[in-house]
Write a protein that binds this ligand. Structure first.
Ligand code: FAD
Length: 265
């Protein structure tokens, strides 16, 4: 006997996602069957995933995990686990990470602390899968212990000047903007001295300096360098000094998705 009674509406939702994968994803992926078999990847995966993402956003799957206040469906954690498990169950290259459901490139509950202006400029296009982001916390000297980050943001004449280097950033090369965590108060550090900023690709001083290799043959995380990047104060995400707490909340939600995806595989 199952320990958890899964509500019928979640079973229906899971079936709808299954149908979407059969109808929209598998035919698109079939074109690449030989390439996938020979290389384990699809060379223009990003373009194909973008199309899947947009369709998923149109039917409302891509934003299911977001709260109703942020324009999502407010799907429960149980529901989120079920649909992640379902998506990965198909062994589909295009459905997985950032295909049918949002991953780091997509809308994230971290926008709960965003101003109305930031929600309009950045969250809304993310919800429609028209823009993509990346989450830039890790640094060469600060991985497991992210409290040790050294990227600095100093306030001068109404803007923040950002300097530092992030690495292993998933989707770093493709993203339209990055949520970057930087130290605004060295003394306080992670206890009120780390702030989150939205930094757009193309702003002077913001460069993708290299692609990196991990055990994955598919994802190439990126190193991002910030050299005196001017960030307007309006692009502070949440309150100054509260960035580390926001990052940890975001990561905790992501952990659940990753675990559920692993169950599906
Ligand atoms: C594929 C991939 C994608 C990633 N995507 C992102 C992303 O999008 N954004 C982002 O910000 N970061 C990302 N990361 C970075 C990830 O968060 C870090 O790799 C992780 O935090 C570990 O840091 P590290 O690699 O510096 O390892 P380290 O912290 O150097 O750890 C190395 C080893 O030492 C162990 N260790 C560390 N500290 C201790 C301790 N005190 N006691 C005992 N053992 C210890 C660890 O368990 C590990 O086995 C990604 C990493 C990978 C591999």
């Amino acid at each position: 006997m199952s320990a958890i009674q899964i509500p019928s509406e979640l079973i229906e939702l899971r079936q709808s996602i299954r149908d979407f994968i059969e109808r929209e994803v598998k035919p698109a992926e079939a074109k690449y069957a030989q390439e996938l078999q020979e290389t384990g990847a699809i060379a223009n995966a990003e373009e194909e995933k973008k199309k899947i993402r947009r369709k998923s956003a149109e039917v409302g799957f891509y934003q299911l995990h977001m709260s109703e206040e942020l324009g999502g469906a407010g799907l429960s954690y149980l529901g989120q686990v079920l649909i992640h498990e379902e998506v990965y169950r198909h062994g589909s290259f295009l459905a997985a990470r950032g295909g049918v459901l949002a991953s780091v490139e997509g809308p994230t509950p971290i926008f709960r602390v965003a101003s109305e202006d930031l929600r309009q400029r950045y969250l809304e296009p993310l919800m429609r899968a028209e823009k993509e982001m990346c989450f830039a916390l890790t640094e060469p000297e600060a991985g497991s212990d992210a409290t040790q980050i050294r990227t600095r943001a100093e306030q001068k004449n109404g803007v923040y000047i950002l300097n530092g280097r992030k690495h292993f950033i998933t989707h770093g090369a493709e993203a339209d903007f990055a949520v970057v965590f930087a130290v605004t108060d060295m003394e306080k550090g992670a206890r009120g001295g780390i702030t989150a900023f939205i930094v757009e690709k193309g702003w002077p001083g913001f460069e993708v300096t290299r692609l990196q290799r991990t055990a994955s043959t598919v994802d190439l995380p990126a190193e991002l360098t910030f050299d005196n990047v001017e960030v307007p104060a309006s692009n502070v995400l949440g309150e100054e000094g509260q960035g580390f707490y926001a990052a940890m909340q975001w990561i905790n939600g992501g952990r659940l998705h990753i675990a559920a995806s692993a169950l599906g595989i």
